[in-house]
Design a binder for this molecule. Sequence first.
Ligand SMILES: Nc1nc2c(c(=O)[nH]1)N[C@H]1C(S)=C(S)[C@@H](COP(=O)(O)OP(=O)(O)OC[C@H]3O[C@@H](n4cnc5c(=O)[nH]c(N)nc54)[C@H](O)[C@@H]3O)O[C@H]1N2
Ligand SMILES: Nc1nc2c(c(=O)[nH]1)N[C@H]1C(S)=C(S)[C@@H](COP(=O)(O)OP(=O)(O)OC[C@H]3O[C@@H](n4cnc5c(=O)[nH]c(N)nc54)[C@H](O)[C@@H]3O)O[C@H]1N2
Ligand SMILES: [Mo]
Length: 856
Amino acid sequence: MLATSDGCIRGDTSHPANLGRLCSKGSALGETISLDGRLLSPRVHGIDSDWDSTLDLVARKFSEAVAEHGPDSVAFYVSGQLLTEDYYVANKLMKGFIGSANIDTNSRLCMASSVAGHRRAFGTDTVPGQYEDFESADLVVLVGSNLAWCHPVLFQRLSAAKEARPQMKVVLVDPRRTATASIADLHLSVRPDGDAALFNALLAEIARRGLIDTGFTAAHVDGLAEALTTAAASDPAESGLSRAEIDTFTDLFCGTEKVVTLYSQGVNQSAHGTDKVNAIINCHLATGRIGRDGMGPFSMTGQPNAMGGREVGGLANMLACHLDIENPDHRHAVQTFWSAPAMPEKPGLKAVDLFRACARGQIKALWIMSTNPAVSLPEADGVAEAIRNVPFTVVSDIVEDTDTNRLCDVLLPATGWGEKSGTVTNSERRISRQRPFLPKPGQARPDWDIISDVGRRMGWNAAFDYASEAEIFREYAALSGVAARFGRDFDISGLADLSDGDYDRLAPTTWPVPRDGAPRDRFFAEGGFYHPGGKARMLPITPPDPTAALPPAQVILNTGRVRDHWHTMTRTGRAPRLGAHLAEPYIEIHPEDAEAAGLSPADLAEVQSPHGRAVLRVMVTDRARPGSAFAPMHWTGVTSALGRVNTLVAPVTDPVSGQPASKGTAVSLTRYAAGWYGFAAGIAQMHPTRPYAAIARTRSGWRAEFAGHKRPASWEAEARTVLDIADGDASVVEDAARGLARVAITRDGQLIGAFFAAPVPVPVARSLVVDLIGQEIPAAVVLAGVPGADRPSKGAEVCACFGVGSEDIRAAIAGGCQSLAALGEKLGAGTNCGSCRPELQALIDQVGAQNPMAAE
Ligand SMILES: Nc1nc2c(c(=O)[nH]1)N[C@H]1C(S)=C(S)[C@@H](COP(=O)(O)OP(=O)(O)OC[C@H]3O[C@@H](n4cnc5c(=O)[nH]c(N)nc54)[C@H](O)[C@@H]3O)O[C@H]1N2
Ligand SMILES: Nc1nc2c(c(=O)[nH]1)N[C@H]1C(S)=C(S)[C@@H](COP(=O)(O)OP(=O)(O)OC[C@H]3O[C@@H](n4cnc5c(=O)[nH]c(N)nc54)[C@H](O)[C@@H]3O)O[C@H]1N2
Ligand SMILES: [Mo]
């Protein structure tokens, strides 16, 4: 990614992973880098402080806790959004010097089941293939991946490959018919967690048809017979699919040699996630379709450096460089290399258990870096309580106000994207440099520098005396050479002698990069697995019993992502063009479930589980599978009143990987009893202050949805409070009998705030009102609440990159643009990141119908 002198963000066409393509969020990064809302100085109990005294305090509190209660009384909770150099130093400080393995990462919520599945099958955490394999495959099976929205750049690569080679087939396995279904020849709406039953059925069929690659399995695979016996005994119907659907899928898989099975959080985030991973890998091992051009299982990472974190040993059960914590030889080698005083002999606490230990009072000092656990962990209210319960808490972040920051004693300002320097590794094992192009703002410092400073203040001067990220990288690369002597896959020792200049210029590089010996692109085509004896393991997988039928008005809550937001929105929430696609927390439910719960479109649903409650806007759609509802994970206490879905999610984890089952909590649905509903747009920042509320950025300021119980005595006062506007002239139209109210506030003829209330969800053209804010416009136009003839509404935002709305697109289609190419030529829509192309196609397919993806 490049930032150009005109302030634009462009893709780097020479980068082999994206070839210059960006997603909507990447394209909008320029809107997120202002210093508005940034954390710019260290803060202790809400008061700005200096680095020296703050880091002395941090070092002293951690040292005291270790001295009084032992090393396991402290913990770090870190993130796949740290750079490799940051991550390496954090892991070194905790595991080698503090002497505890209590460092875990948000990758536990993301990649842990893939890591565990890889280790069970291959003996180490290796992704065998590379992105090019998606392009050269003849069948790509996407399992629990919404590629169109979550990996739009790869989605574009896949779309282009399919266009170029129409014989290529794509299968999507997902309970929901997502935007990704637009590329699929076959969509299998699997029952939640029905995947293992589906892949067992496939494995049994592979055997039945005599398609086991016996040469490969005899030479390179253990466990074939047991895996086959178990697969044959498993009931395909437990997948929730019909016999015909399963047959179509198995025919495709069996009849195609070049198959890539690409999977993501629909696989990992499950109480059976590791088993699902191994059920998939089994089918590739049995057919020998692994590590060859266009073939293999492919686990897709999410965060920029999820893979780098796995490599440095950021998980509580790993050592650095894919070495094992339980292995005394491995421990000894790392300890010697680091000249470390102490090394833990057993794994530390995994994320969910770590916060449970906080709740129990076992953790006395906690440092959170680059993650927002009060929003993103299951049982989020309990996690917030647990953080409050730790006597001393530190968080390093780039923004000032997050749900987690609000709970912590000490805030440390880190440098962010554009300011940081280091490396990240992507899903295909490719290491890329992140180069800074902005000055460090305020007192912000790189994460590695903050961590190293604390290490020195805790007494380990020599071990943490780093002058630059290049120095850390060289040390890390040298350690990987030590690991390679144990026959490990992760070896970048060939990069251990880079000069500072070489490091700065480092081109994107796929590991392994051994000091001697040839680099290679793929693993395992000729065996060479990392279990003793060099064989892979197939595992006998017993699918979970299908969940018993839920009572009426209960559904399984599936959670995940929307197209234009990133996790807890600390950055995407600042970009107006990213707030327009889906501006409010919502729940997507099937018409049958809506009916059973008495919910109509645009109602608010009260969603409850034993762990908490949320109130979400209802979106009724047959894209949902009956019995399974979907809600995005992005809304927080900063952006909403009751939109945090992790308050609902049960802290159930996979027994092997410890990864939470973030997609499978049973919840009940009822209609939220609101006395009034409101929509407001204005120039000032609004806050989620009403019983129901959600705020979003707009180009002219902010917009918000509200609901309350008792109707306010004065609508003007209510409007001024929620809009946070005290001045200007307010015009009010009220129909007290029907409970309708509209308030427009102007200043010097300019519209600065508009507010609409009704006893039902407010029917007003949101995007039009938003567009009017800041304009010279008579209050009467707003109070009419309809588009003026000269100002047609552009409709709900579809293309975030070029700000193109649904109405403009409909008009263009009606005017003759009947293809994506024609729309792109006329409006630009869909020509940058491409993630709206499924929505554009849907509009082409059904002009005149309601745009199914938009919030309005
Ligand atoms: N826009 C956007 N993109 C992102 C991110 C973001 O926040 N926003 N985050 C990044 C990160 S960190 C990650 S990890 C990735 C995640 O990328 P994805 O895994 O693609 O995203 P999710 O929406 O979490 O989940 C994917 C799908 O799993 C399906 N699913 C749920 N349960 C099951 C099941 O039992 N079986 C199957 N087969 N499918 C199921 C869901 O319906 C959902 O469509 O995205 C990355 N990209
Ligand atoms: N229900 C449900 N929950 C989920 C998921 C789900 O699908 N459903 N998905 C899970 C997954 S896959 C993931 S990856 C997690 C993500 O969850 P989180 O990691 O909690 O989410 P982010 O918003 O990415 O948090 C990153 C934080 O780091 C800050 N930050 C950004 N850059 C820097 C930096 O350079 N240094 C420092 N120190 N801070 C920085 C940001 O401001 C932000 O506060 O959520 C998980 N939780
Ligand atoms: Mo993730």
